[in-house]
Design a protein around this ligand. Structure first.
Ligand code: FES
Ligand code: FES
Length: 240
């Protein structure tokens, strides 16, 4: 597979943009609604509908001798928890802490909807035991924005319409945030080897690289072209 130079990708993206009609008021309303609903993680979810269940599960685990008390550092805050040792990080986030931005798509490590960052590296939280995350800096979609200011990747997803239903979006965005850090470090991918960038020692994050590196995040709505555009725009903004 060949690697298109950035200028080609630029033209490709511009032509995609040109081919897309200007957003209608309905589209703007939809985006405004999703943003207000916290799909892009601009704010921490409100309401605590699961916590009574979580307490009941913790009490049940304590009775079976399978509970453990841990403290997780999530989005900069220490969160003491008593959990069944078998609890996944995803369930701890969603069911115990009501951080429901991370989504459960497959619960089998196949879709990426549950992606969060552990010490800046992306992981599938459905495959990570909560106890194994103790001591790490955990960042979820709720922790990316700074006050009212969206993370540049969140902003790029808004501007490039990188979502439809929004279910995969928190995982896509967390994954893209880590991807940009990987690019800064010069981490290689299978596509890099195919294109020969290894020989030059220079990693250029083009469309093929983005598609390869985001391939663990599935979008059942098929918003892939706009997701690639959003990630590429965030990359260009970060490297400008
Ligand atoms: S819910 Fe974790 S990969 Fe699908
Ligand atoms: S936007 Fe619907 S699953 Fe990706």
């Amino acid at each position: 597979m060949s690697i298109a130079p950035c200028t080609d990708l630029d033209e490709e993206l511009q032509s995609d943009d040109a081919a897309s009609p200007a957003p209608a008021n309905d589209d703007l309303s939809r985006r405004s609604f999703l943003k207000a609903a916290g799909v892009l993680g601009a704010g921490v979810a409100t309401g605590l509908p699961h916590l009574a269940d979580a307490e009941a599960r913790a009490a049940a685990a304590a009775n079976t001798g399978q509970s453990v008390s841990i403290t997780l550092k999530i989005n900069g805050a220490e969160q003491p928890l008593t959990l069944d040792t078998r609890t996944s990080l995803l369930d701890a986030l969603r069911e115990n802490l009501d951080l429901t931005g991370s989504k459960k798509g497959c619960d089998h490590g196949q879709c990426g909807a549950c992606t969060v960052l552990l010490d800046g590296r992306r992981v599938n939280s459905c495959l990570t035991l909560a106890v194994a995350a103790e001591g790490a800096e955990i960042t979820t979609i709720e922790g990316l924005a700074r006050g009212e200011s969206l993370h540049p990747v969140q902003q790029a997803f808004l501007e490039h319409d990188g979502f439809q239903c929004g279910y995969c979006t928190p995982g896509q965005i967390c994954s893209a945030v880590a991807l940009l850090e990987e690019a800064k470090r010069g981490d290689l991918s299978a596509v890099t080897f195919q294109g020969g960038d290894v020989a030059t020692g220079t990693l250029i994050l083009d469309g093929d690289e983005i598609r390869e590196r985001m391939s663990g995040n599935i979008c059942r709505c098929g918003a892939y072209p706009n997701i690639v555009s959003a990630v590429w725009a965030a990359y260009k903004g970060a490297s400008a």
